[in-house]
Design a binder for this molecule. Structure first.
Ligand SMILES: Cc1cc2nc3c(=O)[nH]c(=O)nc-3n(C[C@H](O)[C@H](O)[C@H](O)COP(=O)(O)OP(=O)(O)OC[C@H]3O[C@@H](n4cnc5c(N)ncnc54)[C@H](O)[C@@H]3O)c2cc1C
Length: 307
């Protein structure tokens, strides 16, 4: 897409994955199985390569040189533009109020009725508002996406993509993720990969500080060049839709061969949007999808009969 459009849509930064030795070995095996370039490094080797990262000997590390940051806003604009050029129409601000499945699918909105041979509902955290009877009930979480600045202005450059990799760190079932200063100049994103469970029908007023406090503590210990004491500099809110096993839900609506559902993207759906869109389109066209999506079926949440 970059070649086609002649514009920059992602920045290759490489990724550092920190965790326990057993976890890192598991990740390395998966990457090896799929022939993805990577290196397993000790904590001291990681620090030699990335002097800003201070992880003790209880940590093991892995570097994936192919990783990078998608420039999400630009991608969205490009996708919408390409979709329109291919003959597509986008109806923003047009909520589906109800639908009917039959020979064709009828979709009712306040702006009128639409008919189509096939439909795909990808509703994010609102999945059960339109589809309350699905076998999966999405657990919606509001995540505090925190941004942190360097303590000293002369260290600002350490937050930039040329000097700061994508970072994942997992400890005692807590996961953090971090990105260089791509969203805001001079501020790295460093956040807890979990959030406050909320009701999609109600506004969340109070957020639990524990997610920020745990992140501050991690930064204080492992990224001392960042200003943990006075941070975060900024907090954005991000909504996660989680299934009980934290994996995606991609399937036909029960009883339908025309309507597909794709949801519970669990905070990781953006990067997979294009490939999932391709597979869903292939299924809608009656073709075999390029990837096997059966592990994302709704059936895994259907209560088993006790008979
Ligand atoms: C701050 C933030 C950071 C993130 N970081 C990453 C990341 O680093 N990597 C990554 O891969 N993912 C990331 N994610 C997660 C990713 O954005 C989501 O997983 C992905 O957007 C899910 O796609 P979706 O299409 O399922 O849902 P959404 O993107 O939520 O889209 C659902 C759409 O359906 C619309 N809708 C809902 N109900 C109706 C209705 N009744 N009628 C019509 N329209 C309706 C909504 O308005 C919305 O536009 C992040 C998310 C946030 C918020």
């Amino acid at each position: 897409m970059e070649k086609k459009r002649g514009e920059k849509l992602w920045i290759q930064t490489g990724m550092v994955w920190m965790g326990q030795k057993s976890e890192i070995e598991g990740v390395a095996k998966i990457l090896s199985d799929f022939k993805c370039e990577h290196e397993q490094l000790s904590n001291t080797e990681i620090e030699k390569r990335y002097p800003s990262l201070k992880y003790g000997s209880e940590w093991a590390g892995l570097v994936d040189p192919m990783a990078g940051c998608l420039l999400a806003d630009r991608w969205l604009a490009v996708y919408q533009d390409e979709f329109r050029k291919a003959g597509g129409t986008i109806h923003d601000e047009t909520r589906v109020e109800s639908f009917e499945d039959g020979e064709t699918v009828t979709i009712r909105t306040r702006r009128g009725e639409f008919r189509a041979k096939k439909a795909i509902f990808a509703l994010g955290t609102w999945i059960n508002k339109l589809l309350p009877n699905l076998s999966v009930q999405s657990r919606n979480e509001l995540v505090s996406v925190a941004y942190w600045r360097a303590k000293k202005p002369e260290d600002d450059h350490l937050t930039e993509p040329a000097n700061y990799p994508i970072l994942l760190a997992n400890q005692d079932r807590i996961g953090w993720y971090s990105l260089p200063s791509v969203d805001y100049q001079g501020a790295v994103k460093f956040a807890y990969h979990e959030g406050e469970v909320y009701d999609v029908n109600k506004e969340v007023v109070d957020m639990d500080q524990k997610f920020i406090d745990a992140t501050r503590e991690h930064i204080r210990t492992h990224l001392p060049f960042l200003d943990a004491e006075n941070g975060p500099w900024r907090v954005d809110r991000c909504k996660y839709a989680m299934s009980p096993d934290e994996h995606y839900v991609i399937d036909f609506l029960p009883g339908s061969r025309n309507i597909q559902v794709a949801g519970c993207m669990s905070g990781t759906g953006y990067k997979n949007g294009p490939s999932l869109g391709k597979a869903l389109t292939q299924i809608a066209l009656g073709q075999r999808p390029f990837a096997d999506l059966s592990s994302f079926s709704l059936a895994r949440f259907t209560p088993k009969s006790k008979m």
